[in-house]
Design a protein around this ligand. Structure first.
Ligand code: SF4
Length: 64
């Protein structure tokens, strides 16, 4: 079973912290003003940093 990185868009505050820490994985959607995952399989160290730094803890791994 793989893991897939997701952002809960309801909870995301659009602070861009994850995008700044990990621009290869997260991207800011100007329309919704929320972050989106552009590379859900990426497992760089920065992903965990982004998860830890998210003020509303809305980034998580989901089992597939
Ligand atoms: Fe949204 Fe969290 Fe990323 Fe901030 S760090 S943009 S709240 S997902």
């Amino acid at each position: 079973m793989g893991k897939r990185l997701v952002i809960d868009e309801e909870e995301c505050q659009g602070c861009e912290s994850c995008v700044e820490l990990c621009p290869e994985v997260f991207e800011f959607d100007e329309k919704s003003e929320k972050a989106v995952v552009k590379n859900p399989e990426a497992d760089d160290d920065c992903v965990q940093e982004a998860i830890d730094s998210c003020p509303v803890e809305c980034i998580r791994w989901e089992e597939e």
